[in-house]
Design a protein around this ligand. Structure first.
Ligand code: PMP
Ligand code: GLN
Length: 410
């Protein structure tokens, strides 16, 4: 096999999603809703596949025209700038493909890419497959017992020290997975200043952009001065419309930068499912028309999730699992150090504790979660092995079933 895939063969989702299925566990692991997407997008998809010809065939390589036009219109309004649908938008197979295209297009052999820990796990293998070198900088809790994702911050000096001659890009993820941190204006400004100073690209993964709670506000780093020209903003219809299986994502950015992602896309995936793109275009049109009104799904979903977030937090606190309350996204991490469990410690002493804990939890208690050390580099995962991640984009019945398991046990 090729050297570029050396050491990137393990995947947390493949492993833990299978384990959850094998044990028929109550699943608060992998991040997907167990309730349906809103009627208006399901109806749009039905319409799209009910026709006889056009939407069953290929469409434009870089994005179905109705969808790129809608994305340009929608994000142009949010950012208060003209976004060119043909130049500045690329539709991809989920946010995953947008990330992959960004790394392949922009990172050369030996280039450094700064990744903020904890990070969505795929950034590391993707940087490696592009020949790049991941350079890590951690968010650290400012308090001994952090209660909110806002307590986790970057050290400005430490961050600045990671920028070198070889730095090509930094990856930002706000709202963050797994922590739920929503970066504030000053925090983004710090990153933006360093990007401008060192001529670095920002790959901004914003798949949870609509999901913020209690006044936390999502800000696009691309809207900061000097950043449009150097930011690739990535989004996901899967997260936006609770339809993760549709695998429609996008990258939005300055045409001359984005064009290199198009080169990767046209020589690999070429284009994405036409009918799914058509349905997502309708979804955005509907949201454009209802923007800021109570009927907007982009308002309704976070309202609904805020209650689930409270419910899960209360349940975890009650059983002595200290949660870190997320400002955004649909995950919550919790400290497991208080749960004294005698794990059957086979041969796996070098396996992080949370990994072993989660496997035990699935097999013995029928509850699936995700170990947070999976969101750290191998160098640092042992320092953060006392947290596990719960997903709360679930029916109340699923959350109740999880609560029942935890209550019986504690
Ligand atoms: N980025 C983050 C932070 C994610 O949590 C996910 C998982 N949905 C993705 C990217 C990939 O998104 P998609 O399912 O659209 O490929
Ligand atoms: N993004 C989702 C999560 O964090 C799922 C990722 C995946 O299944 N590969 O749970």
């Amino acid at each position: 096999y090729a050297r570029r895939i050396e050491g990137v063969d393990k995947n947390i989702w493949v492993e833990f999603t299978q384990l959850a299925a094998d044990y028929k566990a109550v699943n608060l692991g992998q991040g997907f809703p167990d309730f349906p997407p809103p009627d208006f997008v399901r109806e749009a998809f039905r319409q799209a596949v009910s026709g006889e010809y056009r939407l069953h065939q290929y469409t434009r390589a870089f994005g179905h025209p109705p969808l790129v036009k809608m994305l340009a219109k929608f994000f142009g309004r949010i950012m208060g700038r003209e976004v060119d649908p043909m130049e500045d938008v690329l539709v991809t197979v989920g946010a995953y493909e947008a990330l992959f295209c960004a790394f392949q297009a922009l990172v050369d052999d030996g280039d450094e890419v700064i990744i903020i820990e904890p990070f969505f796990d795929c950034y590391q293998p993707m940087v490696k497959m592009a020949g790049g070198k991941p350079v890590y900088v951690p968010l650290r809790p400012t308090k001994d017992r952090s209660v909110s994702s806002a307590d986790w911050v970057l050290s400005p000096d430490e961050l600045a020290s990671k920028f070198t001659q070889r730095t090509k890009a930094i990856v930002l993820n706000t709202p963050n997975n797994p922590l739920g941190k929503v970066y504030k204006q000053e925090e983004l400004q710090l990153i933006a200043d360093l990007c401008v100073k060192h001529d670095v690209v920002c790959i901004s993964d914003e798949v949870y952009e609509w999901l913020t709670y209690e006044g936390a506000k999502h800000i696009k780093i691309a809207s900061l001065p000097g950043m449009w020209e150097r930011t690739i903003t990535i989004g996901s219809a899967g997260k936006t419309f609770s339809a993760t299986g549709w695998k429609v994502g996008w990258a939005i950015g300055f045409g001359p930068l984005l064009t290199h992602l198009k080169t990767v896309h046209q020589n690999s995936v070429y284009h994405c499912a036409t009918a799914a793109q058509e349905a997502v275009a309708h979804g955005f049109q509907r949201e454009f028309d209802h923007f800021g009104s109570p009927e907007s799904y982009f308002l309704q979903l976070p309202e609904r999730l805020q209650l689930k977030r409270q419910k899960l937090a209360a349940c975890l606190s009650n059983v002595g699992l200290q949660p870190v309350i997320p400002e955004g996204g649909y995950f919550m991490i919790a400290d497991i150090s208080a749960m004294k469990v005698d794990l059957p410690d086979s041969k796996a002493q070098d396996e992080p504790y949370d990994n072993r804990f989660v496997k035990w939890l699935i097999k013995n208690k029928g509850l699936a979660t995700i170990p947070v050390s999976a969101f750290y580099s191998p160098e640092h995962c042992k320092d953060f092995e006392n947290y596990i991640r719960f997903c709360f984009v679930k029916e109340d019945s699923t959350l109740n079933a999880a609560e029942e398991i935890l209550r019986k046990w504690s």
